[in-house]
Design a protein around this ligand. Structure first.
Ligand code: SF4
Length: 446
């Protein structure tokens, strides 16, 4: 297990000497003993997680009136490049074979040279066959070390994603994955999903996932963590990746408003041709024809059962309709049949709201999260992982968020006239203590 370890006395001394240079403290005051930091870390923090610290800092800000308790939250993800390069499966399989030979104590071996095979698919198959044979040859009675090397190779080979280059791409960092920045651009590493208040711009929760993470999958967790800070969430601001029925329903359930633009992939109704009447539960087409019946059905898609609604239009108007080809394409049916997801009628209502000037004005608050992402990456190194694995990158992202929050609190407090400076001094001290220490020479990873 990788943990961040601070060389206690040396680092503590540095922190406290830096602290004296801070203009907020009288240099003649007695400084805390260097052992205080170690005591704080080992005795006071105990099982406290970084999430708890983020929550507590936000909670105190709400309690002291530094930020409003009725607040909106903006949510977004940002990319973190892995601290290693991604390798092709052939190269990884070669390394796995080497590891097995090493564990067996065999120094001489011959592994196929996949670089001489032109076709990438053939090269993968050759290396896969070779590794599978090697695993078979090792037999059942092996040392613990050989068993571990064999098990690692078996686990990697078992995953279909591995051969498709969508799974493990490095033995050093097994959690990093390839993700997409756009249709043509991808990256290798992790995604940090960040939630911040729209008033005060304080980060309320952070999660880190492999690069293949689908934005919004942790939304429920973010919302719960934010609410635990004592905030009443009045609105949620996100880009169209968050336009999903589960997220919209959850926001509604919690009594908040969603300011998320409509995503064409989740909502596919052509509103120039069709409109929906909620009271009669009917769709109306451009010709004024209305649906005459609705039936629900279950379809299986990608192994999952989903509920759909079949709305049928009246036959007479459809039969000779001038918009027939535009509306029905090459369908041979007499009347139009709309097969839509059960959520579509509700999303239609939402889509209408998303066109109003009030919505568009309010949605501008989402943009506040962009400079925060830039700050985390440009000034605090969150553009690249410092360690390896999900746990390490999670610690890096959360410590960075804490440091950025404390900077922000110092700014908010200094802007508040007559507020006691004690909180500001504490914030500055904490900032020195928890600043991203992993980049310093006094920090080791063990
Ligand atoms: S084909 Fe039928 S449903 Fe489509 S526009 Fe014409 S009348 Fe309306």
């Amino acid at each position: 297990m990788r943990v961040l370890f601070i060389k206690k006395r040396k680092y503590a001394k540095k922190i406290f000497s830096d602290y004296t240079h801070n203009s907020l403290i009288n240099p003649e005051d007695d400084l805390p003993d260097p052992s205080l930091l170690a005591k704080f870390r080992t005795k006071r923090l105990k099982e406290t997680s970084l999430d708890d610290i983020i929550k507590e800092v936000v909670r105190q800000c709400v309690e002291k009136g530094i930020i409003k308790s009725n607040n909106g939250i903006a949510i977004d993800t940002t990319h973190i490049e892995a601290n290693t390069i991604k390798k092709v499966p052939e190269r990884i399989m070669k390394q796995l074979a080497k590891n097995i030979f090493k564990a067996m104590g065999q120094e001489e071996y011959e592994i196929p040279d996949y670089t001489q095979i032109e076709d990438h698919g053939t090269a993968k198959q050759v290396m896969k066959d070779y590794l599978e044979n090697l695993i078979e040859q090792t037999g059942d009675e092996n040392s613990e070390e050989v068993n571990q090397a064999v098990q690692e190779a078996q686990e990697i080979l078992e995953s279909d994603l591995f051969i498709e280059q969508k799974g493990i791409r490095s033995l050093v960092d097994k959690d990093a994955r390839v993700g997409h920045k756009s249709k043509t651009q991808n990256f290798y590493g992790y995604k940090a999903e960040i939630c911040q208040t729209t008033d005060g711009s304080l980060i309320t929760s952070v999660t880190v996932e492999p690069g293949s993470y689908v934005d919004g999958s942790n939304f429920k967790e973010h919302l719960e963590e934010t609410r635990k800070s004592g905030l009443t969430v009045t609105g949620v601001y996100g880009d169209k990746a968050y336009f999903r029925p589960d997220i919209l329903n959850l926001i509604k359930e919690k009594g908040a408003s969603a300011y998320i633009p409509v995503s064409a992939s989740a909502y596919k109704i052509d509103e120039e041709l069709f409109s929906y009447n909620k009271d009669s539960d009917q769709w109306f087409c451009i010709m004024g024809n209305e649906t005459v019946k609705v039936k629900s059905k279950i379809r299986e898609r990608n192994g999952q059962k989903r509920k759909y609604l079949d709305y049928s239009f009246g036959r007479e108007l459809c039969r000779n309709c001038p918009h027939r080809s535009e509306c029905m394409g090459k369908s041979k049916r007499i009347a139009k049949l709309m097969t839509i997801s059960v959520n579509t009628p509700e999303l239609y209502e939402y889509s209408q709201r998303a066109k109003t000037p009030e919505f568009l004005e309010e949605y501008r608050k989402r943009a506040k999260i962009e400079p925060k992402n830039a700050e985390l990456k440009r000034f605090h190194g969150l553009d690249r992982a410092r360690g390896y694995g999900l746990r390490s990158i999670g610690i890096q992202a959360k410590l960075t968020a804490l440091a950025v929050n404390l900077k922000r609190i110092a700014k908010l407090v200094s802007a508040l006239k007559g507020l006691n400076s004690y909180f500001l001094r504490c914030s500055s001290c904490c900032l020195l203590i928890i600043r991203p220490a992993w980049i310093g020479s006094d920090v080791q990873t063990v």
